[in-house]
Write a protein of this length. Structure first.
Length: 177
């Protein structure tokens, strides 16, 4: 089962939909427990920015709050929309889609996560870095591991030690154990 990331802020309360499992298929209910979207999906994602990523068969796509597929299931995996873009995987590489289903950033990364504070964490050749919404590296992939930016800082791992960098990639806390 898929779960949304910790700390993610949900859509406004009056428009929240909750995934429910009925006879091995996922659908969505509202806060009152009324079935809003019939159970017809193999796996689910939470609604973010008006869309939810859902799995149909072996592929992921996106639905709106009425249950209509707005981006056809053609991806091996998909993350939720954040800051107008969603990371998707195709043939082992990750890129980013806009809400019309067009690539804003072509698939070229080994792994990719959602945008936070204008930057997205990506990995290539077993190293993490951060890109902007054009797909250009703002912070090159030099870290063994990294977490998303939070209030202007990101935790990164260098040689089994963790430190914090700012948005320019400079350490504000040198890696330590």
């Amino acid at each position: 089962m898929y779960h949304s990331k910790r700390g993610q802020k949900p859509e406004s309360m009056e428009h929240l939909l909750y995934p429910v499992l009925v006879e091995n298929m996922w659908g969505y209910i509202d806060r009152s427990g009324h079935l809003i979207i019939e159970p017809k999906f193999d796996n689910f994602g939470y609604f973010q920015e008006g869309l939810a990523h859902v799995q149909v068969g072996r592929k992921w796509g996106f639905i709106d709050k009425t249950g209509n597929i707005v981006i056809e299931p053609r991806f091996d995996f998909a993350w939720e929309f954040q800051e107008g873009l969603a990371a998707v995987q195709v043939e082992g590489k990750y890129g980013y889609l806009d809400k019309h289903g067009n690539y804003a950033i072509e698939p070229k990364f080994n792994n990719a996560w959602s945008f936070r504070e204008g930057l997205a964490r990506v990995s290539e050749q077993h190293r993490c870095g951060f890109i902007d919404k054009s797909g250009n590296y703002v912070i090159p992939p030099t870290f063994y591991d990294a977490l998303d930016f939070y209030n202007g800082l990101a935790m990164v791992e260098v040689e089994e030690k963790w430190g914090y960098i700012d948005r320019s990639g400079h350490f504000v806390w040198e890696p330590s154990r």
